[in-house]
Write a protein of this length. Structure first.
Length: 134
């Protein structure tokens, strides 16, 4: 995948959210970490309602879905404020599905690509390699 100079890369899972900017060029991306914005995790109504069961005994999935909704809200605000012109989202597959439910139309317009892979906690080099291989 080509990554435009100045593009924003969001890397998320159900608990962590990191932002990077491509300070390199399309052929040689170089990701620079940006300040990670605070995510409002209070949206308990996001997605479907989850009840405790043997598959989800602690209700943790609701927390992860709420975090994904909060992450989408942060990205939506930044896109609407003109801070993000090109965006690539890399997220754990389930988180990516939840994020998509909350995309604003303008976010969809600037979305250059999505990668369904959990790379939170990975090095910047791993993220750059994954983008280059996509």
């Amino acid at each position: 995948m080509q990554l435009a100079k100045g593009a924003t890369v969001a890397v998320a899972d159900g608990e962590k959210f990191n932002l990077f900017r491509n300070t390199g060029d399309e052929a040689n991306p170089k990701l620079t970490a940006l300040a990670s914005p605070d995510v409002d995790n209070d949206n308990k109504s996001s997605g479907t309602r989850h009840h405790s069961s043997s598959a989800n005994p602690d209700g943790g999935q609701m927390e992860e879905d709420s975090f994904a909704a909060g992450t989408a809200a942060v990205l939506n605000r930044q896109v609407l404020a003109g801070k993000i012109k090109d965006l690539v989202i890399i997220a754990a597959p389930r988180t990516l599905g939840e994020l998509r439910k909350h995309y604003h139309a303008k976010l969809s317009d600037v979305l250059a690509g999505e990668i369904a892979k959990d790379l939170t906690g990975h090095s910047v080099k791993d993220i750059e390699k994954t983008i280059a291989a996509a």
